[in-house]
Structure formats: structure tokens, C-alpha cells
Design a protein around this ligand. Structure first.
Ligand SMILES: Cc1ncc(COP(=O)(O)O)c(C=O)c1O
Length: 342
């Protein structure tokens, strides 16, 4: 089976497991796990922030950020395609009591004009705007890298209005490698950044939320409230440290494989994709109208796993557990199977 459903399907390598078993641990609720401390300091350093907090999932990292930046009744401007709005089970409204205000251009990015128009004016009957959330890379639009000039322009608007910015950087590592930009530079405009260790980097779980020391102190309290206080979790933090050391540079291979897949299917009957839009490790392609679900089942029967992302859209994601040969084989199978449905 060639599993391209997500970059989260990877299994820890033997070397990663060895690092995990060798980890020095302590009770992290007492602040006594040296491996967790090391991971938090490492990520804070990589992102150019004062402090960081280890959390089990990207969803928890994002939701702690929303909670720590806002008060119930506030409004958060988000990308219409973003994970915080679409795939976190309504957590922002349920746990933080905030209202999400989605905006987006037809190309899937947010821009300064959209954000400016979405900011409330301060009348007491309005919902006060408090936070702007961006995602980089943007998963739902096919792993696109947010153009830095868009982020800079949004940051100017945020500063004009005294608003904080949070970045869902679940795949910030992919954006950094593909654009040859230090993660710190991509993180600089944001008051807080969440990065995942369990996606392209191949750790079994774990994300890290970074920001100022006072912001992380506040998020730490909410992590406990959300049930995220963990004990000898250095065992898992060790996998994260291993992933940061060994699995960032190799993301270039995943990006090359994604491009290969897009090029391999783009000319096929029934497939809609422009390989030039494949910036990183996600290949989002159109299929004949309303056929995504049936096609996913047909591809599964042929040994290729992908996921539907809408009635006529499928997502395939490359990662460290698929090689070039498997990606070439997947391209053949997808081309043949989609053509049969066209
Ligand atoms: C862009 C993005 N943000 C956040 C998350 C949430 O991560 P988790 O599944 O660890 O909660 C995901 C998960 O796929 C994601 O793709």
C-alpha cells in the first residue's frame, strides 16, 4: 500500500525510537523533565521567540494561542481555508468563546485589504477584533507557501489596530526549506507560532507553541486547564528533538516527490492540477465532478491511499515513508484510475 493520505502517517524510525528510550525524563507538571525543557528551548531558538510550550497536538497549540490572546466575546480573523476554522471541531467557539471571522482571496490567501475590511470599528454593539490567525503552509489550498509580502502587509494593518497575530505553522518547516528562508524569519511577524513535529518531521506526536515569556506563561495555565499537563513526556520530546535534528533538510525530497507526482498526473484525462502550484509536499488535484469519494475507494483498491478534500478534489501528501519509486507508481495508478472515471 502506498499511503499518501497525510504526512502524519509516518512511523518512528529505529533511530528515533532509540533516542526516545534513551531520553532523560522527569515529571513535566513539576517542570522537571530536562528533555522537554531542551525541546522547548530549541524550538523557541529556531523560531526567534523568548519561550515555548510542548503540547500533544497542533490543535491544542492553536487553541491555547486563541485562548491566551483573547477573551470570550472577541473576534478572530482567520483564513477561510485554515485548520483553526475548518478542522478543530469548533474548539475556538466552544473553549475560548470567540467568534471566527473568515476571509480569503480566490487563490486561498488572506491579504491586507481583506483583513482591514474585516476589522471592527469599536462600536459597543460589535464583536471586538482581537487576533489575526494565518497558516503557513496552507494545507487546504495544496501546501502553498504564504507570499512573505502578504504577511508583511497584514502585519502593518495588525500593528495599526493593535492586534496580535498567531501563525499555525504546522508545516512551517516545509515553507522554510522550500523557500530557503530561516523559520525565524517566517515566524518574526507573529506574536505566537505553533509548529508540529508529527507531520513532515515524522515524530509520533507533539507540537510546540512559541511566543513571549508572558504569553507562554498564560498558555501554560490553559494547557493544564485543557488537560494537557503531561508527566514523563521527555520520551516523546526526544522524538521531537531527533526530528528537528535529522528530518528538516530532507523535506526537499518530499517536495521533489510531490512535484513528480503532480507532473506525472497533470496530463491525464480527468485530472486538474497545475504542477507550478505545488510549492511543498501536498498535491491537491481536481477529479471529475462529484467523483472524489468513489475515486478514493477505487484508488485504495489499487493500492494507493489518498483523501477526498471536497466532492471533486483529492489530496495526496508526500512524506518520509514514501520514496520516489512509490510516488512514480502512485502517479501511474492515479492517472489510469481517474481517466476511467472521466
Ligand atoms: C495546518 C494544520 N494545522 C493544525 C493541524 C492540527 O494538528 P493535530 O492533528 O496534531 O491536532 C493540522 C493537522 O493536520 C494541520 O494540517
Amino acid at each position: 500500500m502506498i499511503d499518501l493520505r497525510s504526512d502524519t502517517v509516518t512511523r518512528p524510525s529505529a533511530a528515533m525510537l532509540q533516542a526516545m528510550t534513551a531520553a532523560e525524563v522527569g515529571d513535566d507538571v513539576f517542570g522537571e523533565d530536562p528533555t522537554v525543557r531542551k525541546l522547548e528551548e530549541t524550538v523557541a531558538g529556531l523560531l526567534g521567540k523568548e519561550a515555548a510550550l510542548f503540547v500533544p497536538t497542533g490543535t491544542m497549540g492553536n487553541q491555547l494561542a486563541v485562548r491566551a490572546h483573547t477573551n470570550p466575546g472577541d473576534e478572530v480573523i482567520v483564513g477561510r481555508s485554515c485548520h483553526v476554522f475548518n478542522y478543530e471541531s469548533g474548539a475556538a467557539s466552544a473553549l475560548s468563546g470567540v467568534q471566527l471571522h473568515p476571509v480569503e482571496r480566490p487563490d486561498g490567501f488572506m491579504d491586507a485589504d481583506l483583513v482591514r475590511d474585516a476589522i471592527r470599528h469599536g462600536y459597543y454593539w460589535e464583536t471586538p477584533t482581537r487576533l489575526i490567525c494565518l497558516e503557513n503552509t496552507v494545507n487546504k489550498t495544496g501546501g502553498r507557501i504564504v507570499p512573505p509580502e502578504l504577511t508583511s502587509a497584514i502585519k502593518l494593518v495588525a500593528d495599526e489596530h493593535g492586534l496580535a497575530m498567531h501563525l499555525d505553522g504546522a508545516r512551517l518547516w516545509n515553507a522554510a526549506v522550500a523557500s530557503d528562508t530561516p523559520p525565524q524569519t517566517l515566524a518574526a511577524p507573529f506574536a505566537s507560532v505553533n509548529v508540529c513535529l508529527s507531520k513532515g518531521l515524522g515524530a509520533p506526536l507533539g507540537s510546540v507553541l512559541a511566543g513571549s515569556r508572558s504569553f507562554i506563561q498564560r498558555a501554560h495555565r490553559f494547557r493544564k486547564m485543557y488537560g494537557g499537563g503531561m508527566r514523563q513526556v521527555g520520551v516523546v520530546a526526544a522524538a521531537g528533538l531527533f526530528a528537528l535534528e535529522h528530518n528538516i533538510d530532507r523535506l526537499d525530497d518530499d517536495h521533489a516527490n510531490a512535484r513528480l507526482l503532480a507532473e506525472g498526473i497533470c496530463e491525464s484525462r480527468g485530472v486538474a492540477i497545475d504542477p507550478d502550484t505545488v510549492d511543498t509536499n501536498i498535491v491537491m488535484f481536481g477529479v471529475p465532478k462529484n467523483k472524489a469519494l468513489e475515486l478514493v475507494a477505487a484508488l485504495d483498491a489499487e493500492g494507493v491511499r489518498v483523501v477526498p478534500f471536497g466532492p471533486s478534489t483529492i489530496r495526496a501528501t508526500t512524506h518520509l515513508d514514501v520514496n520516489q519509486h512509490e510516488v512514480e507508481r502512485a502517479a501511474e495508478v492515479i492517472s489510469k484510475t481517474v481517466a476511467a472515471f472521466a
